[in-house]
Design a protein around this ligand. Structure first.
Ligand code: TMP
Length: 196
């Protein structure tokens, strides 16, 4: 079972992903939590480059996909095979939303690269935490390269399109309410759909 959390910078997905991980471990489930880009040494190094450097859109896309390929093949696939619930803080939808809808790279190309990097792995469920960019930027603890509200609005609209196109998989949760209320929604959905 692969569960992903998505949303613009400052949407609160890292908090929710951790909350779910702790909940599952607390109820004695086998679960792991990774972030993208990251999760394995090479991907964490690529994260440093991606967060700090002024890259061309082309290079940026390849580095996100390279970080993803390392994490998927070295960790996520073996974990899934061993029966773990894998929780991911960002995955393929981030690339579609940021590099595709945000930066304007062809969506079809990104879908192909996503499939190539992951071997076609798709999440069972995706929680899209939806928030308006200005509130999200206010929440950001650390500076982000992507904190221009106009850019984040494009990314947000992209995410909402992805959700519209795949309503069975992507659950949109408004991220304004307090953390516990948002998490209650996550749990309610998982209970209804997968009984946990
Ligand atoms: P975050 O995980 O701390 O939010 O930081 C990762 C940053 O990288 C965030 O600004 C979104 C961006 N990103 C992309 O632009 N494309 C991607 O495919 C991924 C995974 C992240």
């Amino acid at each position: 079972m692969l569960i992903t959390f998505e949303g613009i910078d400052g949407a609160g997905k890292t908090t929710q992903a951790k909350r779910l991980y702790e909940h599952l471990i607390g109820s004695r489930r086998k679960a792991v939590l990774y972030r993208e880009p990251g999760g394995v040494p090479v991907s964490e190094k690529l994260r440093e480059i991606l967060v700090l450097s002024d890259l061309t859109v082309q290079a940026e896309l390849f580095l996100f996909e390279a970080a993803r390929a390392e994490l998927v093949h070295r960790k996520i696939k073996p974990d899934l095979q061993a029966g773990f619930i894998v929780i991911l803080d960002r995955f393929t939808d981030s690339t579609l939303a940021y590099q595709g809808y945000g930066r304007g790279i062809d969506l079809k190309l990104i879908k192909e690269l996503n499939d190539f990097a992951t071997g076609g792995l798709r999440p069972d469920v995706t929680f899209l935490l939806d928030i308006d960019p200005r509130s999200a930027i206010e929440r950001l603890a650390k500076r982000s390269r992507f904190e221009d509200p106009d850019f984040l609005e494009k990314v947000r609209r992209g995410y909402l399109r992805i959700a519209e196109e795949d309503p069975e998989r992507v659950m949109v949760i408004p991220s304004h309410p307090p953390t516990e209320e948002v998490f209650a929604e996550v749990r309610r959905f998982l209970k209804e759909k997968f009984d946990f």
